[in-house]
Design a protein around this ligand. Structure first.
Ligand code: PMT
Length: 330
């Protein structure tokens, strides 16, 4: 389809509820939905509809699918609607739509030529041949980072712990299980990386000597003596060179203080701090983070899809690298 190849951004304004449903489910029964499936660049959608249709779970579910795919949704305005009701559903102002298109245009291929090494997911530390200790990381944050970087033209190497996510097209994925395996693959691929993003939830402790046979259950209490795992991020901080090193901090309190501490302790250029808890951080489709930068700045990012957060992290990382480079020049 020549039209799909000849254009850089696909903008649909207004986008009706019916169209959003067709795009979310991959229907191709007319020119626009066929064009959408054949198009590989950024997509900007500006929905407009009756307020109840906008609020309906089906519409919101379709929007969530489209956001996770990395499409930019220009939220409708609230006010008096053509159907006589009031509330969200009015097409956004042309300036707002134009601003979203400009931002997508600026992002397009701005990571071309970069090799980005990303870690994602949990690690599993064996206790015997059938048991292990791990954590609740689903890999969504790391995979969103890999997807965003690949969409913006980067060559992406994703070192991933065990996750239940589909493999990403256009991303070199290296599966690992333990912290030691993750460290080995990260160091193996470090030389070719311009930017490293450590989103994985690496176990801090493991069993030094794993028994060869399954530990039999008895009535007696069992205690485990665990050893620290290698701190991969700290090691990368010592070998950083002139690459950009982005760490994460998963905290339940003192987020900004802990993010800054990790930034300094591990010689990172940026630490993405996120509160984790029952409904936050792990496993969720959304995240809310602060970016602690080597320049001393702290940038809060409001709750958004992990893909939107990932794009914003790369937006700020590119600006940070330029700022650090200019400061170094002075
Ligand atoms: O995967 P999701 O379900 O989407 O959840 C996302 C997330 C909450 C896992 C993610 O946003 C996140 O916070 N990842 C970092 C989790 C973590 O291990 O945070 P930490 O504060 O314990 O570790 C700090 C940093 O050191 C991290 O960059 C981590 O990758 C790194 N680390 C930790 C331990 C270790 N032995 N080696 C490391 O490199």
């Amino acid at each position: 389809m020549a039209v799909a190849q000849e254009h850089e951004i696909l903008v649909v304004a207004p986008a009706t509820a019916d169209l959003l449903a067709k795009l979310a489910h991959g229907l191709a029964d007319d020119f626009l939905t066929t064009l959408y499936l054949a198009f590989t660049g950024p997509v900007v959608l500006a929905p407009a509809m009756n307020v109840n249709m906008w609020r309906h779970a089906a519409t919101q579910g379709n929007l969530e699918t489209l956001r996770k795919r990395g499409h930019r949704i220009v939220e409708p305005e609230s006010g008096y609607l053509a159907c006589g009701m009031t509330g969200p559903g009015r097409l956004a102002e042309p300036e707002t739509i134009a601003e979203a298109v400009a931002r997508e245009g600026a992002r397009r291929k701005d990571l071309e030529g970069e090799t980005i090494l990303i870690t994602a997911g949990p690690t599993q530390e064996p206790l015997d041949p059938v048991r292990y200790i791990s954590n609740r990381s689903s890999g969504r944050m790391g995979y969103a980072l890999a997807e965003a970087a690949a969409a913006r033209g980067a060559r992406v190497v994703l070192v991933s712990g065990p996750v239940a996510l589909p493999p990403l097209a256009g991303v070199e994925t290296i599966p690992v299980r333990t912290a030691a395996e993750m460290r080995e693959k990260v160091l193996e691929n470090l030389d070719r990386a311009d930017i490293v993003v450590k989103a994985a939830a690496v176990a801090d402790y493991h069993l030094g000597r794993v028994p060869a046979q399954k530990v039999k259950k008895t009535a007696a209490r069992m205690s485990l003596e665990l050893d620290p795992t290698p701190d991969i991020l700290a090691e990368l901080g010592r070998k950083k060179g002139d690459r950009l090193l982005i760490g994460f901090a998963a905290e339940t309190e003192n987020l900004q203080q802990e993010a800054r501490r990790k930034l300094e302790m591990k010689n990172c250029d940026m630490v993405v701090g996120n509160l984790v808890g029952p409904e936050l951080g792990f496993e969720s489709e959304e995240n809310e983070v602060i970016l602690a930068l080597r320049t001393g700045a702290v940038i809060p990012l409001a709750r958004a899809s992990k893909r939107e957060i990932a794009d914003r992290i790369f937006d700020e990382a590119l600006k940070l690298r330029l700022a650090l480079h200019l400061a170094h020049e002075r």
